[in-house]
Design a protein around this ligand. Structure first.
Ligand code: SF4
Length: 188
């Protein structure tokens, strides 16, 4: 636990956005990087809960209090190792995930949650900058293939992109099978 009183004394901060007038001219990051000292202070707000609800909120079971503490202590290499222990692609989830971990954070019961997503993103960005991340192909390939099929949300609302939507009474698994057959995907 970074600072045992930071969750009381330090308010939550989030990354600032670049001005819209600037963003409309490029496809670069919307958010500005958080200053290192601010990030460290934000990480210190984590209470290292005995029952960390953030673990349950995260579908990956990320070891959030562990890497919050490691960031606070400037132990970035261990932080990326802890992050990669449960997450293969924090460079995506640190940006695109809706962060249910933050909604689940115990601190959000009567205050504002830890800025978990921002910390996650900074850990992986820092690791890339330091050259700590490189391809790790498997020593042995099985030869099997996996098909990943996404879908629009909410279920049963006609998808504006991929028509037709789920037919009345159709089970999601049936829909997946129908679409797989239509696109000649093979499940192995
Ligand atoms: S629930 Fe919030 S305060 Fe508790 S360990 Fe997780 S991130 Fe830290």
């Amino acid at each position: 636990m970074g600072d045992s009183k930071a969750f009381i004394s330090t308010p939550r901060e989030v990354s600032k956005k670049r001005p819209v007038s600037e963003r409309i001219h490029d496809w670069k990051e919307v958010y500005l990087p958080m200053a290192p000292d601010t990030l460290k202070t934000q990480a210190s707000r984590c209470m290292d809960c005995g029952v960390p609800f953030c673990h349950n909120g995260c579908p990956l079971g990320n070891l959030i209090p562990d890497w919050n503490d490691l960031v606070y202590r400037n132990r970035w290499k261990e932080a990326i190792q802890a992050l990669h222990a449960t997450n293969n692609f924090p460079e995506f989830t640190g940006r695109l995930c809706p962060a249910p971990c933050e909604d689940a954070c115990v601190l959000s019961i009567n205050s504002k949650s830890v800025t978990i997503k921002t910390i996650e993103q900074r850990i992986v960005d820092h690791a890339f900058e330091q050259g700590w991340i490189f391809p790790e192909p498997p020593a042995h390939r099985t030869g099997k293939k996996v098909a990943v099929i996404g879908r629009c949300f909410p279920y049963r609302t006609p998808c504006p992109i991929r028509q037709p939507a789920v037919a009345d009474g159709e089970h999601p698994a049936e829909e997946v099978a129908r679409r797989a057959a239509a696109t000649r995907l093979t499940f192995v």
